[in-house]
Design a protein around this ligand. Sequence first.
Ligand SMILES: [Cu+2]
Length: 295
Amino acid sequence: MTAAEPPGAAAGGAGGELAGSRPQAGPVYHVGGRLLGTKTTELVKESLPLHDPAPGTVKRAGRRLALAVLPLLVAGCAPQAVTTEGRATHDAYNVFLIAAACVFGVVAVWLLWSVVAYRRRNDELPAQISGSNKLELLWTAIPLALVLFLFVVTVRAQHTVLSDPPTRVTIDVTAFQWSWQFDYEGSDRQVIGGPGHVPEMVVPVGVPIHIKLRSADVVHSFYVPRALFKRQAIPGTTNEFDMNFQRVGLYHGQCAQYCGVAHSDMLFRVKVVSQDEFERFLTSGRGGAPTGGGT
Ligand SMILES: [Cu+2]
């Protein structure tokens, strides 16, 4: 008997004195290194573990799965937007999120079902099927329809964000190393930030604000998280866009493009006020008087 052969093989093959103490067995067959059976009808036990997992293992796996899924769920949350444009972006984002979740759910359930329903039960090869025009058409048409649907959702959201409504408030925003300057067209109102002073861009609620964004030196980025909007300020270029704030409040803003050693100081705030308060703001601080910490 060779070292790889189990004792039963030696007993059956040699017909020696051990034959009477155990069932007579023929040579053992190996497929892919696994012990499958003998020439007799008796099957030798599989060497792979087929026992049920311990209850504690299932609980631990459940906890790990929850820990893995929770950050994904949290990461899927976007802040509630406070501008008309931001809400359009948020709505489009949610449609994408729901579509992605549905695709994931269908694929995951289908995959798990296939693993369980078509698991290996014996050594027989399953039916070998290849080519199905119906299936090919189905799994081409469904993703195509999904992509077209998401394309339409994107174009509609983009149309809202990039629409150019008539405005009566235009603000020239200039980014510089390392703060912001806000000039109100049609008025001599000006707000300039500086070291230790976070400037406030005061805007009226419910009114489209037209912004002309420029840079005085290097590339910066105008970013208001609650507006779900970011746009670069590029030297020699004027980027124009509109923001229509729907809620009174004070919203954080910052430069989102690394622009030098004091980049982290490039903060600003958007102060959304009533239209009356905005009129008072425009007329009460003529001559570039500071507001909200601006200099
Ligand atoms: Cu910057």
